[in-house]
Design a binder for this molecule. Structure first.
Ligand SMILES: Nc1ncnc2c1ncn2[C@@H]1O[C@H](COP(=O)(O)OP(=O)(O)OP(=O)(O)O)[C@@H](O)[C@H]1O
Ligand SMILES: [Mg+2]
Length: 411
């Protein structure tokens, strides 16, 4: 290959320029003119810095000049500017040409265009940075979302647990209701079977009275007989009433009534008279207010009877001799009726106090207690009277509090 052929090969494949020692352009090839968009006339005799890009720091040119003036080859990728203002990246090699004496004669610069590559690299770097940012925020976002999910999960777990609890409670109530329904049916049957013999008994009693009165002259005998007769009549009446009460209790469609708490207390004391006497119970009732409430007096009386029976059992098992029971009827600021009942039988052990309202919870022998007393009592207060019933221990014994909405004046 001749020197001329080398020159051609280089000049057609590269951007070539030459400058004198002052950096004045003495030669440019066609590729130089094409890339930088100048005509040859516009370039020859001008300083090479005509294609300098304003972004490039002066230190870069100092390094270039330091290198080539030291007669060394300078190699770098340089950012240049075309005539129309396009940024052009060129891979540049500047070689100092020396004369026979080894002095610098001129500089030849051979460049090739790497703009596209540079742009792609820049683009790639930008994307990489974006990706990095995205990654960083992604981690943060994942952390936030994970936390949200965890919270949601915990909430869900809680809700599932609550639902399971609710379902269990529903199952229990359903079971209870079906028991009550079959109990109601049974009571209905008994009531039906008993009504006839009870009225027969009344009639027989009446007939006996007529016969007796017509055959006995002695008036004082009449009195004794009449009081026995009246007592027997009362017992029959009470039996009918009790049966009706029970039927009533299990009837889901019964209507609520208004009644005075005092009437229920009196009824309880009347029914429990024998028990009170036999077990030496001292009952002190205090009416701070005369309050009437809505519900079923027979049911409410049952609640009071349950309390009294429980106290009696507690007194017996603890061998308490001085047996005091106090019942206070009052109202609170929301004008609910508040019935406080307490005894001095020593109270309920703390480890079972939470369970005493549970169905079938009893500490008594199965021949004495079924464990339904307080469960039924609380059900009556809650379901039939929209109230609540609770227990605590005071210094002497158990204390039960019943709160029921008072009968409203305009009803
Ligand atoms: N006044 C009280 N003093 C001490 N313990 C009591 C008192 N009242 C209730 N208890 C405790 O609460 C338990 C549950 O009472 P609850 O009336 O529900 O059932 P029970 O009396 O055992 O049976 P029953 O179904 O016959 O009423 C009792 O077994 C007893 O241990
Ligand atoms: Mg009981």
């Amino acid at each position: 290959m001749t020197l001329e052929q080398y020159k051609n090969a280089i000049e057609t494949s590269n951007i070539v320029s030459k400058t004198d020692l002052n950096g004045m352009i003495t030669f440019v090839n066609d590729e130089f003119c094409r890339i930088f968009e100048y005509s040859r006339e516009e370039l020859i005799g001008k300083n090479h810095n005509i294609v300098r890009h304003p972004d490039v720091d002066a230190s870069v040119f100092k390094a270039l000049w330091d290198t080539i003036l030291a007669k060394k080859t300078y190699k770098s990728t340089v950012k240049n500017l075309s005539k129309s203002g396009k940024t052009i990246y060129v891979n540049t090699t500047v070689i100092p040409i020396l004369d026979k004496n080894g002095a610098i004669e001129e500089f030849i610069a051979i460049r090739y265009d790497v703009t596209r590559k540079e742009e792609l690299t820049k683009e790639l770097q930008k994307k990489e940075r974006e990706l990095e940012n995205l990654n960083a925020t992604l981690e943060e976002r994942i952390a936030i979302q994970t936390q949200e999910l965890q919270l949601l999960n915990r909430d869900l777990e809680k809700r599932v647990e609550e639902e399971v609890c609710k379902n269990r409670e529903k199952d229990r109530l359903l079971f209870q209701q079906s028991r009550l329904a079959s109990m109601g049916e049974m009571i209905g049957n008994i009531a039906h079977q008993w009504r006839q013999p009870l009225s027969e008994l009344s009639i027989t009693l009446y007939k006996t009275k007529k016969i007796y009165m017509s055959q006995t002259e002695n008036l004082s005998d009449h009195d004794t007989f009449l009081s026995s007769y009246n007592h027997a009549k009362d017992v029959i009446k009470k039996m009918s009433k009790t049966i009706e009460d029970f039927r009533h209790f299990f009837n889901p469609n019964r209507a609520r009534e208004h009644f005075l708490i005092k009437d229920a207390v009196d009824e309880m004391l009347r029914i429990m008279k024998e028990t009170v006497h036999k077990h030496h119970l001292h009952i002190k009732v205090t009416y701070k207010k005369n309050i009437s409430i809505d519900g079923f007096i027979s049911e409410f009386t049952q609640v009071l009877m349950n309390l009294l029976n429980n106290s009696k059992d507690a007194f017996e098992s603890k061998h308490v001799t001085q047996r005091e029971i106090a019942l206070v009827i009052d109202s609170d600021e929301q004008s609910n009726a508040v019935i406080t009942y307490h005894d001095n039988a020593g109270g309920i052990k703390e480890d079972i106090i939470d369970k005493i309202f549970d169905p079938y919870f009893t500490t008594k022998h199965s021949s004495v207690g079924t464990g339904l007393g307080l469960y039924m009592s609380r059900m009556i207060i809650k379901d039939s009277m929209d109230g609540d019933m609770s227990v605590t221990n005071n210094d002497h014994g158990a204390q039960f509090t019943i709160i029921v909405p008072q009968r409203r004046k305009n009803e």
